[in-house]
Design a binder for this molecule. Structure first.
Ligand code: PEP
Ligand code: MG
Length: 389
């Protein structure tokens, strides 16, 4: 059992050099801190990251600190007590950091790892997620003066036995893809984007052509809400507009021609119907909802009722509440929906995502392939894997 004595917060810079929040709690088991990532291609249905902004929340939490004194937490579900105190006052990023710090304290006090607070109802068989490695980027994650793919992420999803082997495979593949880009993209400079994926001036088909040279299952985050305006998908590379039907046809052709294993947000975040049509046609591919669901149990329920997706992105700071994450995962599991625990494009060195993913029995883990803060999360997963051997 932990007793929270005080709570404080400060702003720190994320990997994009933008302000995010770090929360520290003082407890009978010692002091514990956790920080929150932040997204750039954020969904319309995500909870607000802050009440006003990160600086304001530091002040608000200071005011709330007194309410926490003597708050007792004994198990995961006691996070409800935290939510009862701060609900609606601090925003999703702060709530996620606060609840993460509480779980770290509880784990320490109980002489456990964070994942051990969760896994019994979710991952008793101790299965590890497959890595979704972002290799080439476009869309909102790639700032470039030349052209870029309109789709946001091109991923490789190897299926070796262990997390370590899949990680090694992704690193090797990323180097091979670089050699292809050097040959095929005259503008290629070796630069990487927000998530350390290669920046290219090729378009999505040209990237898929290169990926097809490797025999590794392919994935893509279309992040299509980012370029959907007034009932049209507006492409820059090449410049053209696709209406809803045309976008549907285009996505079907890509899945067929490139044997795509994983397709995230192929249609706008309001368009459950097109997702459902796609899933009916390609039940063996993963049709993944990120902006569509925004880690929100109500939206997931709607998607399940409409048979719109068979996989869901879980980004804890999209909703902030780890109890909502639990509800979302429960609902997904009961309905056979695969879960993909995911980092954000703006990240910190926080690694609790790996514990949550393993504890909740995630099927996939999306955390980039390179860059200290992303690799740290994969290394935490490998650490759990190797400790359990
Ligand atoms: C994503 O869209 O899957 C993603 C990680 O991007 P962001 O964090 O910018 O929402
Ligand atoms: Mg996404």
């Amino acid at each position: 059992m932990i007793v929270i004595k005080s709570v404080s917060a400060k702003t720190i810079l994320d990997s994009r050099k933008e302000k995010t929040i770090s929360v520290t709690i003082d407890t009978n088991a010692g002091k514990f801190s956790a920080s929150s990532p932040s997204g750039k291609s954020t969904g319309k249905y995500e909870a607000k990251p802050y009440k006003k902004n990160a600086d304001e929340v530091v002040k608000i939490l200071k005011k709330f600190s007194d309410y926490f004194t003597e708050e007792i937490i004994d198990k995961f579900d006691d996070l409800k007590r935290i939510e009862d105190i701060v609900d609606g006052h601090i925003g999703a990023n702060t709530l996620f950091a606060l609840e993460s710090a509480v779980l770290k304290a509880l784990a320490k006090e109980q002489n456990k790892e964070v994942w051990e607070l969760i896994y019994e109802n979710f991952n008793k068989e101790k299965k590890f997620p497959r890595l979704v490695g972002n290799c080439v980027g476009g869309g909102k994650h790639s700032e470039t003066k030349t052209k870029k793919p309109d789709f946001q992420e091109f991923e490789l999803i190897p299926d070796k036995k262990t997390v370590r082997e899949n990680y090694e495979e992704n690193k090797k593949a990323k180097k091979i893809i670089k050699e292809f880009l050097e040959k095929k993209d005259k503008n290629f400079s070796g630069e990487k984007n927000d998530e350390n994926a290669w920046i290219t001036s090729l378009n999505e088909k040209e990237v898929f052509d290169i990926f097809s040279e490797l025999e590794i299952p392919m994935g893509v985050d279309v992040a299509s809400s980012g370029f959907y305006k007034r009932k049209k998908y507006i492409y820059d590379n090449p410049m053209l507009k696709r209406d809803i039907e045309e976008q549907f046809g285009y996505i079907c052709n890509l899945i067929k021609n490139y044997n795509l294993f994983y397709i995230e947000d192929p249609f706008d975040e309001e368009d459950f119907e097109s997702h459902a049509k796609l899933l009916e046609k390609f039940p063996r591919s993963l049709i993944v909802g990120d902006d569509l669901i925004a880690t929100n149990a109500k939206r997931l329920k709607k998607a399940i009722d409409m048979k719109a997706i068979n996989a869901i992105i879980v980004k804890p700071n999209q909703c902030g509440s780890l109890l909502e994450v639990k509800r979302v995962v429960e609902l997904a599991k009961v309905n056979g929906i695969k879960t993909v625990f995911s980092h954000r494009s703006g990240e910190t060195d926080e690694t609790i995502l790996a514990d949550l993913a393993f504890g909740f029995g995630a099927d996939f883990f999306k955390s980039g392939t390179e860059g200290d803060i992303r690799v740290k999360k994969i290394e935490r997963l490998i650490e759990i894997e190797e400790e359990l051997k």
